[in-house]
Design a protein around this ligand. Sequence first.
Ligand code: C2E
Ligand code: MG
Ligand code: MG
Length: 404
Amino acid sequence: MNNFAIKILVLDDEPFMHKLLERMLANLGYTSIAACDNGRAALDIIDNPDDSPNLILLDINMPEMDGLEFVRHLVERHYNGSLILVSGEDERMQQAAEKLARAHKITVLGHLHKPASPEGMAELIGKWEPPKQSKPRAARKIYAADEVRAAIANGELVNYYQPKVRTVSGQVMGVESLVRWRHPQDGMVFPDQFIGVAEANGLIDDLTRVVLAGAFAQYSIWQQSGLMLQVAVNLSMDNLASLGFVDEIVGLAAKAGVPPQMVELEVTETSFMDDLRTPLEVLSRLRLKRFRLSIDDFGIGNSSLAQLRDLPFDELKIDMSFVHGAWKNEKLQAMFDSSLSLAKQLGMEVVAEGVEDQADWDFVHNRNCDISQGYFIAKPMPAADLPAWIQSWQKTFPAPQRRI
Ligand code: C2E
Ligand code: MG
Ligand code: MG
């Protein structure tokens, strides 16, 4: 990368830091540097297209506008450059600030504790990349209830399937069904753009029925071709509001010839419910019929200890926010390890969600987590692609050492 291409802005309330960092950056070969001691002045520079920096070294703790407030202004301006945090705050605070900025889709290359070392600085700046041409992403469309209703009725919803593999042996043991909407104009629409609409408009039972029927039919097709795969389906809390739902699922599975033990029902407690008696009864009765219950997104929202206490779950899925990157973050490790140990003590199988890269995979493997799911293994795919994917996975899976 041509060092001269990077325009750097140092924002720190202490002027001696400007000198220090400017000298360090110059020694590293970066010459286009500006410095400000307050957020207002920095924003003026950013607002000028000729001067706007593509890398900001940001102090979090400043009088007047602090670093977090400054980040908010960057978000308002759709700032597409990068950020490095350089501050005297402790590790947890730095991580929290980093996470907050990332949550707002700001590129953060990392953080450095004061006094920053030239090596640390060089390493982080080395990660800098020119901003990607921001895709003119159409504002996220919110679909109207009638559109979602029509999509369900017209068969525009399809299930994609994401493999779940046994971490130690690599065996593909099942798939999770993830619904997609093949929209005739808008292309592929993801569930976060229509599940909420379906829930709010009394359409979620219809939607879930379509997903279940599709998954069950697919189970039979795979089974007939010799593939034994457990199928998981996501349920909404609203599906559990009526006892009739038990009979529906039982009926659909029986009709398709799917044994309940091969069906995993994933539940996240997303919305607050006044009366938990019905959901508890629905889930308990499904479990009595031998369907497997899975607690999804464990550790965030309301997927919590209270649910574990009250329901006989067979499987616990550790939310991806505690999995991806846990190898390099002690806090995440502590949370991952305690969820894993809790589930083990309760006799449940554990799935690590969001295994995105080799380092994540090595981590979950090292922790002996039963099952893994994530982009490192495979992205969700159409049913027709699964057999070929399994073949290639089995060929290339680096047979890990079996633990005895
Ligand atoms: P979920 O059940 O926790 O599903 C996992 C989500 O994480 C999926 O997103 C999947 O594509 C994504 N994912 C998988 N591996 C990785 C990874 O390594 N990295 C990252 N960053 N993401 C990964 P998707 O398909 O967009 O679904 C989002 C959520 O929508 C699901 O979260 C689930 O709560 C809900 N959903 C999906 N299908 C249905 C459905 O049929 N019914 C209901 N009620 N909800 C559904
Ligand atoms: Mg799920
Ligand atoms: Mg999940």
